[in-house]
Design a protein around this ligand. Structure first.
Ligand code: IMP
Length: 434
């Protein structure tokens, strides 16, 4: 058990961090969101209720916890105010549970205009979320940005609403630490989207990695006890950029009907028939259908933009890179249930680039684009695992699959998630957790 814990996404974001943060928040006193802005989106399911947030830490729905949005973030005041109002309407006492750093940067109208992918070829090329994230960070680095402490001196409704929440947050975090409080640093996006360590230029403009938790909050590295990385049991990516284990092509994914449209257009029976057809093609070695099945079973459509996500097999080369960059203490593997009913499951253990074998993640964009996956193959399972609560009760093949990931990555798995609810969480090893 630890006092301070950083949670980062180990892939290209959307690893299911929201659910895991929510799960671990039960044990935390303070939750700190340290990078990014409303390009992120997390869904948390509690009982029968589903909550969607872009900026506010997932910890907010636990009463009695302190939630901090720290200096590394970029904040769109209108979005922030709207999330606060939604929560207030649900009787959450925001004044007692949310603090915003005076040095977080403000996303302004000009940033949103500059980031519009319809008008800006650069944003289109990267496939940004169009929320003004990159332009805001650009102003921060050019030292021309507006920090929240200055923004709230303005005489607008949003500024007035946010003013009472603004503080110098590093002191609050440090004081909590000295009092022995448990602190959880909640990452957004993922390692491969990091501005320094990701698949540049197809990245976001912040550091979602463990280092970003430190600079993004003003908390020193010697005070961190554990860093855990969240990985899906497969991998997804939204937007453009290299993707060695992609199943099917990006164009096939883009042209696909979204699951929401399909559910609207098709009767329940027709939808089940389609699902069966895709499963059968997937189990007949059709790669695009394997990717489509992951998308359909995993509801892989963006929380922020609704775009269908590109899907692929678990990439252990990229995972080992994430382990190195973040110094991961343990791995959390989410959405393992999405693999139910697959005959065969693959793990990428190396790349081939220009006929040469590569066992590490290359930083050169061209090599990343050329990388062809080398797979090891594991037998799948046909059982529904969504109600299983202990590791030893998982089907043998599911246990073997997860243990294979541990063996390749040489880092233990602490948590396995088999569904979106808090109850669908299996703790495998507590040592690195709060
Ligand atoms: P930006 O962060 O809006 O500038 O987008 C840059 C890239 O990061 C695009 O490819 C986005 O799709 C991706 N991205 C940003 N935030 C997320 C996220 O929360 N999940 C997954 N991808 C993201």
């Amino acid at each position: 058990m630890v006092q301070t814990l950083i949670i980062v996404g180990g892939q290209w974001g959307d690893e299911g961090k929201g659910k895991i943060v929510d799960f671990l928040t039960e044990k935390a006193d303070v939750i700190v969101r340290f990078a990014g802005g409303n390009n992120a989106g997390h869904t948390v399911v509690v009982g029968e209720k589903t909550y969607k947030f872009h900026l506010i830490p997932s910890g907010i729905i636990h009463k009695g916890k302190l939630n901090i949005i720290s200096n590394g973030t970029v904040l769109d005041p209108d979005v922030l105010v709207s999330e606060i109002k939604t929560l207030e309407n649900m009787d959450f006492d925001i004044g007692k549970s949310l603090i915003i750093s005076s040095s977080a940067h403000t996303i302004l109208e000009k940033h949103r205009v500059e980031d519009n992918p319809e008008k800006n070829p650069e944003s289109k090329k990267i496939g940004t979320t169009g929320r003004g994230i990159g332009p805001c960070y650009k102003d921060k680095i050019a030292r021309t940005g507006i920090r929240m402490g200055d923004y709230v001196t303005k005489n607008t409704a949003s500024a007035q609403k946010l003013r009472p929440l603004i503080q110098d947050t590093y002191i609050i975090i440090d004081t909590a630490y000295k009092k022995g409080k448990k602190i959880l640093f909640e990452g957004a996006q993922g390692t491969l989207l990091d501005i320094d360590h990701g698949t540049y230029p197809y990245v976001t403009s912040s550091n979602p990695t463990a280092g970003g938790a430190l600079t993004g909050s003003g908390f020193g590295p010697t005070k961190i006890d554990s860093v855990i990385g969240i990985f899906k049991a497969y991998i997804t990516r939204v937007g453009e950029g290299p993707f060695p284990t992609e199943l099917g092509t990006y164009n096939q994914t883009k042209n696909e009907d979204s699951i929401y449209d399909l559910k609207k257009e098709l009767s329940d029976e027709a939808f089940t028939r389609l699902n069966r057809k895709v499963t059968s093609a997937a189990n007949n070695d059709d790669e695009y259908s394997q990717g489509r099945l992951l998308r359909m079973q995993g509801f892989e459509y963006g929380t922020t933009t609704g775009r269908p996500r590109r899907t692929g097999w678990f990439d252990a080369v990229a995972a080992k890179y994430a382990i190195a960059i973040n110094g991961l203490s343990s791995l959390v593997i989410t959405k393992v249930d999405v693999l139910n009913h697959l005959k065969e499951i693959k793990i990428c253990i190396g790349y081939e680039v220009d006929g040469k074998k590569l066992d590490h993640f290359p930083l050169d964009t061209e090599q990343q684009e050329k990388a062809k996956p080398i797979y090891t193959s594991m037998p799948g399972w046909d059982d529904d695992i969504t109600q299983i609560t202990s590791f030893k009760d998982l089907p043998k093949n599911a246990q073997d699959y997860l243990e294979k990931i541990e063996e390749i990555c040489k880092v233990p798995i602490s948590i396995v998630s088999v569904g979106p609810k808090r109850s669908q969480t299996i703790i495998k090893d507590k040592e690195t957790l709060l």
